[in-house]
Design a protein around this ligand. Structure first.
Ligand code: HEM
Length: 217
């Protein structure tokens, strides 16, 4: 709960708020690492369906998919609940943040807005995706290919893929700036690194989708 100092108009944030910020960063960093690993694992189908099946088999034989999947789902939800403390849900709040962004005219403020907007769509689409995949184990290249080739799922992934990669890339950059790993002098360089990473993962994701389509037809 915020501590109110009668000499201030703005309530001073409490220690709890600092701990929750820390947890938000940790769940975010964990999810960034998960998403990068997830894209590399799924893209193993480009080398061959046998490679993807062997990796999926390993994750299931060691129960990492059965236990890790729901844990990722929980981290995903917790990260949203923590971030929602700062999201402008009410119309008056949305008008204020929009006006502030236009006044500040700073790239990092716009990035925060992209982050907040993409989060809503990722929350819904990511939950649907995890439910569909995790309630249809074992994962196999043939099943994934059949799903991707089924019209609507391709459209689904073509929306989710760029949104997730944007969110993950901006999140990675913002964690660095907010927690002081990226100093002001290195911001421009790290922004370029983030852009390259984001584009590279979108590229890998698109190639993976094409590989699934070729496999299905
Ligand atoms: C433990 C949880 C997860 C598992 C087991 C999993 C597994 C998979 C599998 C097997 C595919 C291949 C396509 C298919 O079978 O439909 C896939 C694709 C995809 N997943 Fe996940 N996923 C998980 C979590 C997530 C999350 C949290 C997100 C983002 C919110 C995500 C985003 C995507 C995207 C964008 C694709 C398309 C990949 C591409 O373009 O190559 N996944 N996932």
């Amino acid at each position: 709960m915020a501590v109110v100092d009668s000499t201030l108009h703005v309530p001073r944030p409490s220690m709890l708020s600092a701990y929750l910020d820390w947890l938000q960063m940790l769940t975010g960093a964990g999810l960034v690492l998960f998403m990068w690993s997830h894209m590399i694992l799924v893209s193993s189908v480009i080398i061959g369906p046998g490679v993807m099946n062997a990796l999926a088999g390993f994750f299931e034989a060691t129960y990492m998919a059965q236990v890790g999947g729901p844990l990722i789902g929980f981290a995903f939800l917790l990260h949203f609940v923590l971030a929602a403390r700062k999201l402008p849900f009410r119309l008056d709040e949305q008008r204020t943040i929009w006006a502030h962004a236009k006044t500040l005219r700073h790239r990092d403020t716009w990035l925060w807005l992209v982050q907040a907007g993409s989060a809503m769509i990722i929350l819904i689409m990511g939950s649907i995706h995890m439910w569909v995949v995790l309630t249809d184990l074992p994962i196999s290249a043939a099943k994934s290919a059949a799903r991707v080739a089924d019209g609507w799922w391709l459209a689904f992934y073509l929306v989710l893929l760029p949104l997730v990669e944007l969110h993950v890339g901006i999140g990675f950059y913002r964690i660095g700036v907010k927690w002081g790993f990226i100093k002001r002098s290195r911001r421009a360089k790290m922004k370029r690194v983030e852009n390259i990473l984001t584009l590279a993962f979108i590229g890998i994701g698109l190639l993976t989708l094409i590989r699934f389509l070729l496999l299905a037809y």
